[in-house]
Ligand binder design. Sequence first.
Ligand code: HEC
Length: 150
Amino acid sequence: MKRILILSAAAFACMAFQTAPKKPLPAKPAAVGSANSISASLQRGKQVYTTTCLACHQVDGGGVPHLNPPLDGATGVVSKDKTRLVRIVLKGLDERVELDGEYYSNNMAAHTDLSNQQIADVLTYIRNSWTNKADAVTVAEVKMIRAKIK
Ligand code: HEC
C-alpha cells in the first residue's frame, strides 16, 4: 500500500513537471535597438494588436481596401507625431481623412479601455512590424499625451 502511494506520488510529480507551463520563446525582435525592453514591448504589443486591432487592420497590417487603412507602410504610423497616434487610439477616427491618397469608409472606434502600457506597446508594435521602422512609444509619452488630450 505504502509503495503504491509512493509510486503514485512520483507519477503525479512527474505529470506536474511535464504540464508545467512553458515560457513562450521570445519572438525575434523586428526592430531597432537591442534593449530588452523594446522586444518585451513588441511581444506585448503584438498581443494587444491581435485582440484589438487585427480584425480591421489585418495580420499583415495591410488593412482592407476602401474600408480600413493599411498600417504597413503608412506615413502616419511611422511619423514623429506620436500625439496623433495616441489620439487615434483613444478617440477613434471617423473623419474620412485622406490617408496616403486613399479614403476609408469604416470608422475606427475609441479604445479608452487600453492602459497607457498597452497603448505604448501596440503603437511600438505597429511602428516596428512588417516594413515599418520607427522609434518606440514609451509609457511616459502616452501618459503625457493622454493627459493633454483629455
Ligand atoms: C473597427 C475597425 C478598426 C479597429 C478595430 C481598429 N481600427 Fe484603426 N482604423 C480604422 C479605420 C476605418 C481607420 C481610418 C478612419 C478614417 O479614415 O476616418 C483607422 C485608422 C487608423 C490609424 C491611422 C492610419 C494612418 O495612416 O495614419 C491608425 C494608426 C490606426 N487606425 C491604428 C489602430 C490600432 C493601433 C488599433 C488597435 C488598438 C486599431 N487601429 C483598431 C479601423 C479600425
